[in-house]
Structure formats: structure tokens, C-alpha cells
Design a protein around this ligand. Structure first.
Ligand SMILES: [Zn+2]
Length: 295
């Protein structure tokens, strides 16, 4: 995986010697302290698999029981079916499995390719891109690599075609959810995940891998206009995006990073209107808080 990303990134990045341990898959029974958010919860975390932390035993973890309760799943199904067309929803498959696959690949990818500590001409990513943009780029790398590796695993027959397609549909709901939170916080700080989701989805739309069918009813049968996936165009579009993102990270190319934000986040265009539609439909469902219990 490291070699694959290094090839996409190109020079001056060189593949590192990285090791990968199978993540821990855990069911959360209590979130406490800083881990207790008012809404939502951390679904995956990764510590570096190189350097001092790794010598003590670097770990990746995926939380496997977040949003898997009946109410959360019902809400998620209603949200997704208000935005995607019926043919895309038909490929949704097992959303829990698809979610875990995405989380594991995303977290693993933080440890692969040009990461936070990688230096170009002696500068780390904070200095190259500026703090908030550096975080957006690192998250964009991780999530784009997750999409890339899903197809890579399917090619190796390590996940089935149906599982990869289910992961694609699940990814859409992940992206819609982040987009619905808005691109900036109330005090005008960029929301990293929202912005990366917008960059990805807008790129996929531009490449024709995701299409908006204005005259077609969404899978719920009521909302007019829905997103569909052209699965034949999906992999080439993801490959192109992965190459662009990894090259920008490898070269510390702030200009290209800013160009992506300008075109796919800040532009007041058709895509900005689509994001409003996504937000309106996604926010219909109430956000749940979690109460944990041990049976
Ligand atoms: Zn991440």
C-alpha cells in the first residue's frame, strides 16, 4: 500500500518502511472526557506506525458500534434515500461493514504516503500549507486513499465487487453528512472534513462518476432530483483525484491545494447550490445523542 501511494505521489516523496498491524475492532461502552462529544463520536483513530510511538506499539482502532442502533440506521436510510437515485441505493448493501472498511482504510492511510511529519525542503506540512489547509490536505489524502484502496482491494479479489460498490454508496452518505455541516464554522474556520468531502464529491461530479439527475425522483419516491453513480467512471475518477492529492502532498504544492479549495469549496456556482440541496435534505433527520448501556 505504501509503495502504491508513493508511486502515485511521485518525487520527491520516497516510499518509507512502514508496517501494518491489524486494527483493533472495538465496541464502545462509554465515551468519557474529551472523547465525549455532544453529537456524534470518533469512529476510528490511528497512531503513527513509525518513530517513537510505533516503538511502543502503534495502534489503529475502529469503533464498530457507533450509529449501528435501529434509530440511527433508520435516520441514515431516510437521509440517503432522499439524496440518491434508486439504482445507487440498490447497491448500498451492508452499511455497517461498508463503514468499517472505509474507517480502517482511512486510518491506515494516515500512516501511508506523505503525512504530517514528511518534509519538503526541511518544512513539515503545517509550514508548507498553513495549519488549517494542512489538516484538510491530510484528511483529503486519507479519505481519497480509502476510496482508492477499496478499488485496489476489489481488483485483488480481497473484497467483492458488491462490497466495493456498497462502500462507494456508503461513502456518499459520509460525504453528504459532512457537507451538511457547512464549509466553515461560525467563526470562519474551515471545517476540514466538510471541505474535503466537497472537494472529492465535486471532483467526482466533474468527472461524471457522480451525476445529478434533476428530473428524476430520489429513491424515497418523493424528492425531485437525485445523485446517481456511474460505476464505470468511478475508479478512473478516483485514480485521477488520488494522483492530484498525493502529488500536492508530496511536493508541498500549496498553490494546487488552494486551487482545489477555490474551485470546489469557495466558488459560488452550481455545485454550491447542490450543497445547499444536500444540506436541506440531510438536516431533516434529527441528530441523536448516545446513551450507552451494557446488557
Ligand atoms: Zn482522518
Amino acid at each position: 500500500m505504501e509503495k502504491t501511494l508513493a508511486t502515485l505521489a511521485g518525487p520527491p516523496y520516497k516510499a518509507r518502511d512502514v508496517k501494518f498491524k491489524l486494527p483493533d475492532f472495538i465496541d464502545i461502552v462509554l465515551n468519557a472526557g474529551d472523547a465525549r462529544d455532544p453529537h456524534g463520536a470518533t469512529i476510528g483513530q490511528s497512531l503513527p506506525n513509525w518513530g517513537k510511538v510505533a516503538e511502543k506499539g502503534g495502534r489503529t482502532v475502529a469503533m464498530t458500534n457507533i450509529n449501528t442502533d435501529v434509530d440511527s440506521r433508520k435516520a441514515k436510510d431516510a437521509q440517503l434515500s432522499s439524496l440518491v437515485c434508486a439504482p445507487a441505493l440498490a447497491k448500498a448493501g451492508d452499511s455497517i461493514k461498508a463503514s468499517v472498511l472505509n474507517v480502517v482504510l482511512h486510518e491506515a492511510a494516515h500512516n501511508l504516503g506523505p503525512s504530517h511529519e514528511y518534509k519538503v525542503k526541511g518544512k513539515e506540512d503545517d509550514q508548507l500549507f498553513g495549519g488549517p489547509l494542512a489538516s484538510t490536505m491530510e484528511e483529503l489524502k486519507a479519505e481519497t486513499a480509502a476510496l482508492y484502496f477499496t478499488e485496489w482491494l476489489a481488483e485483488k479479489n480481497l473484497v467483492s465487487r458488491a462490497e466495493a460498490d456498497a462502500a462507494t454508496v456508503h461513502y456518499l452518505s459520509w460525504a453528504f453528512g459532512h457537507i451538511s455541516r457547512g464549509m466553515y464554522t461560525a467563526d470562519d474556520k474551515p471545517r476540514n472534513y466538510s471541505q474535503l468531502a466537497s472537494i472529492q464529491l465535486a471532483t467526482l461530479v466533474k468527472a461524471g462518476a457522480v451525476t445529478f439527475k434533476a428530473d428524476e425522483k430520489a429513491a424515497n419516491g418523493t424528492d425531485l432530483g437525485c445523485f446517481d453513480v456511474d460505476f464505470a467512471k468511478w475508479k478512473p475518477a478516483v485514480d485521477t483525484l488520488a494522483k492530484r492529492v498525493l502529488m500536492a502532498k508530496a511536493k508541498g504544492d500549496k498553490q494546487d491545494a488552494e486551487a482545489m479549495v477555490a474551485e470546489f469549496v469557495d466558488a459560488k456556482d452550481e455545485w454550491a447550490k447542490r450543497r445547499e440541496l444536500i444540506t436541506e435534505r440531510w438536516l431533516r433527520a434529527p441528530k441523536g445523542t448516545f446513551v450507552y448501556a451494557v446488557k
